[in-house]
Write a protein that binds this ligand. Sequence first.
Ligand SMILES: COC(=O)/C=C(\C#N)c1ccccc1
Length: 397
Amino acid sequence: AFVEDFTPIPLEDTNLFKPIRVGDCMLRNRIVMPPLTRMRAHYPGNIPNRFWARKYYDQRSKSPGTMIITEGAFISPQAGGYDNAPGVWSSEQMTEWKSIFKKVHENGSYIWPQLWALGRAAYPEVLKRDGLRFDSASDGIYMDTEMESKAKNCKNLQHGLTKVEIKQYIKDYIHAAKNCMSSGADGIELHAANGYLINQFIDPISNKRKDEYGGSIENRARFILEIVDDLVQEVGSEHVGIRFSPYGTFGTMSGGENPTIMAQYCYIIGKLEERAQKGKRLAYIHLVEPRVTNPFLTEGQGAYSEGSNDFIYSIWKGNIIRAGNFALHPEIVEELVKDERTLIAYGRYFISNPDLVTRVAKGLPLNRYERDKFYVMSEEGYTDYPTYTEALSLGWS
Ligand SMILES: COC(=O)/C=C(\C#N)c1ccccc1
C-alpha cells in the first residue's frame, strides 16, 4: 500500500539531481541510501545472505550514479554480538560482499560499507558463547537495566577497554577497511553514531574513564581521531566517511539534553576540518538529524525540536550527508539541497521503495514499510517490495 496523507513533490529539477563528487565517485544524484541493519546475515560466520542480499542491493542501485552505504558490518568477532548482522573480517564474508559490490557497480552505482563495533549495545550472552568480552568505554555503565541483568546472568560483565584493547580495535578497523577496499568498495563509512562503541567513547554519559581517553572533550575525542588518522593513512582520506548522531539518544546516549554535548561534536568536527585543511579531507561527514533521536520511533515521534545540525556547516567545509525522516518532507529537502555540498539520505523508505530515486525525482507515491519485517530472517519485507510500475500493476492506489 502507498503512504497516505503525504503530498510528494517532484525534486528532479532541484540540486538533489545535480552531480556531485564524493571521494572518487561521480554521483549523478545527491540521494544516499544510508546504513540499514536488516538482520539477514547467516549464523555462524556473520555472512551476508547468500540468497537475498545481492538482489536487495541490486534493486536499490538501479539508478546509475547513486551512492549506497551498506548495513553496518562488524570489523571483528569482538566488535560483534548480533548473530544475523554481517561482518567484513573474514574471506567467506568478503566473497559475498564482492558479488554485491560487483552488482552495484554493474548498475553504475557506488557502495560504501559501514564499519561497525557494538560495544555495550551487543548481546553479552552471544559474546560469552563465543568466548568474547562485553566491551565499552567504561566498566559497568550499562545501556539499560535489561542489559545489566543479561550481563550479570551470563557472567560477562561490561568491561572498559584497556589501552592495549583500544589499539587492537584500531587494528581491526584497518583490517576491515583493507578488506573492503581490496574487495572493490568505493570507500568505507566509520560508524560513530547511534550509541555504539565509538559513540560510547564520545559521550560522557558512557565514558567515565580516568586515562587519556576520558574526562575531557579532547580525551573523549581521542579514540575516534586515532581511528580516523590510521584509516586515512591506510586507505586515503577520500575513501573515508564518518557518521555522527549528535542529538541521538538511542543506546542511552546524552542527546541534546546535555548542554555540553554539542561542544563535544564541535571539537571533533573541528579537528576533522583541521586535518582536511592539511590535505586530509574526508569524503563526507554523515549526520543523523535531531528529527530522529531513536530509529525505533515512527516518523514525528521523539524529535529533539530545539536542535539543528546547521552549526556543523560553519565548521566542516566538505560534503555533508543528512539523514532523518526526509522522505515525508520533500519541502525540507528542497531547501536543504540549495546548499552545494549537502546530500540527503533516505533510510526507511529506501527499504520499502527499491526505486526510491525515481519516486523522489518524479514526486510519486511511496510504498509503506512494514517495520515488523525490518529485522527478521525472511525474504518478505526485504526483496519483495514493488517498484512503482509493479505496484500499479498490482492495483495499488
Ligand atoms: C548499523 O548501524 C546502526 O546504527 C543500526 C541501528 C541503529 N540505530 C539499529 C537500529 C535498530 C535495530 C538494529 C540496529
